[in-house]
Design a protein around this ligand. Sequence first.
Ligand code: GTP
Ligand code: MG
Length: 169
Amino acid sequence: MGMLGDFRLVLLGDSGVGKSCIVLRFVRGQFDPTSKVTVGASFLSQTIALQDSTTVKFEIWDTAGQERYAALAPLYYRGAAVAVVVYDITSPESFNKAQYWVKELQKHGSPDIVMALVGNKADLQEKRQVPVQNALEYAEKNGMFFIETSAKTADNINQLFQEIAKRLP
Ligand code: GTP
Ligand code: MG
């Protein structure tokens, strides 16, 4: 099986949107409803096989969304090949925060960074406050890939990483 390479991936987004749960679902296939806030950042890696049976290794930096850690973010997104910007579909504030991170990445990230916009907690449809159309339009305008996921039900979690892998240089 051929190896496409190692890619540094950073997750950014407001505290509580589910970044750590997305990573835990992707790497371990688990969901922890009592997930603790991340302190600083945490690191995990995961190798996936693509349809043509090449493999991609993601070196994943799961950053802390709490405001007090915001100044650390550049340490993780600088030099990253992929940025996954996450919001919670029930929280317009978290969607605003996602747009802040996209602007940061456009200013200070590497110019060829692959960016994904992820609306998480898609299982909470009855509490939705961010319309799909708004997020989709924003993503298209900013050259990002967009997907809604649920770390809780696992919906679209593998698809997210497969779609990212397809867009790698
Ligand atoms: P910070 O580490 O503070 O930046 O937060 P985070 O983005 O890593 O959030 P975390 O993954 O810890 O999840 C926060 C809360 O949201 C937890 O209580 C999870 O159980 C819940 N959660 C995460 N993903 C989902 C989801 O897809 N659906 C639902 N219903 N709840 C979720
Ligand atoms: Mg976390």
